[in-house]
Design a protein around this ligand. Structure first.
Ligand code: F6R
Length: 260
């Protein structure tokens, strides 16, 4: 696991954008996994700036949503398909038909989840999966207790997660109770996982995920088993990492062979 500690939110966005741009330059038709939430938004804006500057193009890229609420109408502004279109695809010029999400409106949800797994495999798998981390350690909507072998499936959101998203809906009562999420193992199939975290409120869970035991109680800790994970955090989110100085030394030494 490569842990990159940067100064602030803007530096996290810059570093994350560097990683996405490098991928797209070497592989213009790359497959991305995209997260919603607040954390990746500065990265998406930075990528939009780089597209505008002519540094990169998303025209041939494809993207798969990490998760989607169950129970919202398809035109609801908080539907993740709409959020990703507004906050990512439109910003970077990714054609809307290149973005896929699980069909949470299908009468047979299990079949829809299996079809989503198949669609990811048919696209050649995800090259780079962007992730945020929930205060309870979730990645996607894999809440504590999720099987670390789980694939795309319907899940029930914790009250912590619903509370964290209440500001987007006006009240916690309006936040859906269920979602379809890529599973922990689905995320683990991505060739490169890029986890972003900013702010002191993420510091304890970042430390638990990166340096704590691998446990279903902290689903993000399963990333410790993945061969290519980059965790980009700001100083505030890094403040409880016991090996922070070592991560900085690795970063400062900077050779291309440094472990990922
Ligand atoms: C988003 C998602 C969630 C968020 C997490 C952090 O698609 O699946 O796991 O990444 O809840 O959210 P923020 O970034 O708002 O703190």
């Amino acid at each position: 696991m490569e842990v990159v500690i940067t100064e602030d939110v803007d530096a996290v966005a810059g570093r994350a954008a560097d990683i996405v741009v490098a991928l797209l330059r070497s592989r213009p038709g790359a497959v991305l996994g995209v997260a919603t939430g607040s954390t990746p938004l500065p990265t998406y804006l930075e990528l939009g700036r780089r597209v505008a500057a002519g540094e990169v193009s998303f025209e041939r890229c494809r993207a798969f949503l990490l998760d989607e609420y169950i129970g919202l109408p398809p035109d609801h502004p908080e539907c993740y398909a709409n959020v990703v279109r507004r906050r990512f695809a439109d910003v970077v010029g990714l054609p809307p038909h290149h973005v896929a999400g699980p069909d949470v409106w299908a009468p047979d949800l299990s079949a829809a989840c299996a079809a989503y797994e198949d669609a990811i495999v048919s696209a050649g798998g995800i090259d780079l999966q962007l992730l945020g981390i929930g205060a309870d350690g979730h990645i996607g909507f894999n809440e504590p207790g999720s099987s670390l072998a789980s694939l795309t499936r319907p899940t029930t959101l914790t009250s912590v997660t619903r509370g964290a998203n209440a500001h987007r809906f006006g009240s916690i009562d309006d936040v859906p109770r269920h979602a379809v999420t890529q599973g922990v193992a689905t995320i683990g199939r991505a060739r490169h996982v890029l986890l972003l975290a900013t702010g002191a409120h993420k510091s304890s869970i970042v430390a638990a995920a990166v340096e704590g035991p691998i446990t279903a109680m902290v689903p993000a800790s399963a990333l410790q088993l993945h061969p290519h994970v980059t965790v980009v955090v700001d100083e505030a989110a890094a403040s409880r990492l016991s090996l922070a100085d070592y991560y900085r030394e690795i970063e400062a030494a900077g050779p291309a062979w440094r472990p990922a």
